[in-house]
Design a protein around this ligand. Structure first.
Ligand code: NAP
Length: 494
């Protein structure tokens, strides 16, 4: 080592302290990967009382992940015991509980601690919790999730409704559904799963549909005991399945969505149309359920049994606009009153929040609110100029939707570790994406987004306030390549 190198290395932070915000899938991943890298000075701050993030919060009946389970799991922690191709939410939650125990992550979590402020002061990050306590570290990893702030419809008379109303992500398990008249607003992935799960239980089900959805058929076969023991005996078989699914989703879906002219999208459209036409027998209902936009323009909904459920005689699809709520139910524009005991808002999430409402203050007092006046953006979904040593997992403009966000987070964290390594090795003390790199990335992604299926004419949560799809508009292979190695030219290093 030359003298210059030795000085640089000495000035590096060999053992930096990490503040991880969120103990969901990506916070747990961060902790495991830091331990694996020999970096054990960290604390995870979690507002809830348990790990799991979205899987802790979403407990609605029928909740499952429509990304196959052998792919929707960490690459380093395969699970031979998945019960089904698409396992239910409680099983996924148990998986995260188990992994965090097995990797001794749970003892590093401060539960019930909501971080409200995060400020870069004198070269380090100070975080402040709602209870006033503080902590100081060198790096912040915002593992705060994407779909976590429920969006409620702004309906007149909400306070007049005398039944029980709650959001799909805040399921009230104290409310019995048996024999009751239940209304559901929304037809996204959550609503579709809820309909199938509760239709056999309720006396009447009213689905308030503002926009119909294309439904891709799936088969959710159970794994047999023989298959599970084979997975246990032969982990390579599980790894092969994972690889096969990953390749299939990349080539057959992720890389296809970004080209609205792709013939594969026509095949997806045909499969969805066939599903609708074969499964829905009543022509009036069929037309109510037929979207007038292209399949996969909105986040594609997958279901094995929604069409069967919604054709039950006591289920109804209501397409009239909702005028408001009254004492006994929902009034639609045609004057009809839909009497309800329970109303479920399956109305999605405020997707532009990310780590907010946490106040984030970067270099020289720059606030995140100021940085994001035009909407959330981050270089490669990871770093924001003037917010040094602050990195996001599943941040804005990353791959979202029908992907395994676990694979996305694994790739992102491997990239982040290389940024950390630049500090540890003494190349710099702090780094964040340069303004020019973010501008270039934003310009390129906005241009690319015009050619995606998401821009083909529909309303969806992928679109930002300007109607531009905010999701990763390049191939997934490009994402993998970008994440393989940071281009330090794109970073401001001090
Ligand atoms: P969503 O896809 O955003 O759907 C919200 C639904 O509510 C839409 O049908 C929307 O109608 C409707 N809506 C919103 N405001 C309304 C209003 N004021 N009046 C009438 N209808 C209104 O939300 P989500 O179903 O919770 O799903 C969100 C995302 O979570 C999914 O896209 C997916 O990425 C993820 N998710 C995944 C799974 C899985 O299996 N992996 C399961 C559930 C959720 P419009 O369509 O007209 O806007």
């Amino acid at each position: 080592m030359t003298d210059t190198q030795s000085t640089a290395a000495d000035s590096g932070l060999r053992n930096p302290r990490f503040l991880i915000i969120g103990a969901g899938m990506s916070g747990i991943l961060t902790a495991i990967k830091l331990l694996e890298a020999g970096l054990d000075d960290f604390t995870i701050y979690e507002k809830g009382d348990r790990v799991g993030g979205t899987w802790r919060e979403n407990t609605y009946p029928g909740i499952a992940c429509d990304v196959p389970s052998h792919f929707y799991s960490y690459s380093f922690a395969p699970n031979p015991d998945w019960s089904q191709r698409f396992s239910p939410g409680a099983e996924i939650q148990a998986y995260f509980d188990g992994v965090s125990r097995r990797y001794a992550v749970d003892s590093r979590i401060r539960f019930g601690t909501e971080i409200t402020r995060c400020a870069f002061e004198s070269g380090r990050w100070t975080i402040t919790a709602a209870d006033g306590s503080t902590d100081v570290g060198d790096f912040v990893i915002a593992a705060t999730g994407v779909l976590h702030h429920p969006a409620y419809p702004d309906l007149e008379g909400q306070d007049r409704f005398e039944g029980v109303a709650f959001h799909s992500a805040r399921w009230n398990h104290d409310v019995p559904l048996d024999g009751r008249h239940v209304g559901i607003i929304g037809t996204g992935s959550s609503a579709i799963q809820i309909v199938s799960a509760i239709v056999g239980q309720v006396a009447r089900l009213s689905l308030f549909q503002r926009t119909p959805q294309w439904i891709a058929p799936i088969e959710n076969a159970a794994y047999s005991e023989a298959e599970k023991s084979e997975f246990r005996r032969n982990p390579a078989a599980m790894a092969a399945i994972r690889e096969e699914i990953s390749r299939g989703i990349t080539d057959g879906f992720a890389n296809v969505l970004i080209d609205a002219n792709s013939p594969v999208l026509d095949a997806i459209q045909n499969a969805c149309t066939e599903n609708l036409e074969n499964k829905v027998t009543d022509p009036v209902l069929r037309e109510k359920l037929r979207p007038n936009y292209r399949a996969a323009c909105k986040r594609l909904v997958m279901s094995e049994d929604f069409y069967e459920a919604i054709q039950k005689p006591h289920a109804e699809v209501i397409t009239e606009t909702i005028d408001g709520l009254e004492k006994s139910g929902v009034r639609t524009r045609d004057g009809r009153l839909h009497e309800l005991d329970v109303l479920i808002y399956a109305t999605g999430f405020r997707v532009d929040r990310f780590m907010r409402p946490m106040e984030v203050i970067g270099r020289e007092g720059t606030s995140l609110e100021d940085a994001w006046t035009k909407g959330p953006s981050a270089y490669l979904a990871i770093s924001i100029p003037d917010f040094p040593n602050f990195f996001m997992l599943n941040g804005p403009n990353g791959p979202v939707g029908n992907f395994s966000l676990i694979e996305v987070a694994e790739l992102q964290f491997a990239y982040i570790l290389q940024l950390v390594e630049a500090v540890r090795s003494g190349s710099c003390r702090e780094l964040s994406a340069s303004r020019s790199a973010l501008q270039r990335f934003d310009a390129e992604r906005i241009e690319a987004a015009k050619h995606t299926i998401w821009s083909s004419g529909c309303r969806s949560w992928y679109l930002d306030a300007n109607g531009v799809p905010a999701a990763w508009p390049f191939t997934f292979d490009r994402f993998r390549e970008e994440m393989a190695r940071p281009d330090f030219e794109d970073y401001e290093m001090r």
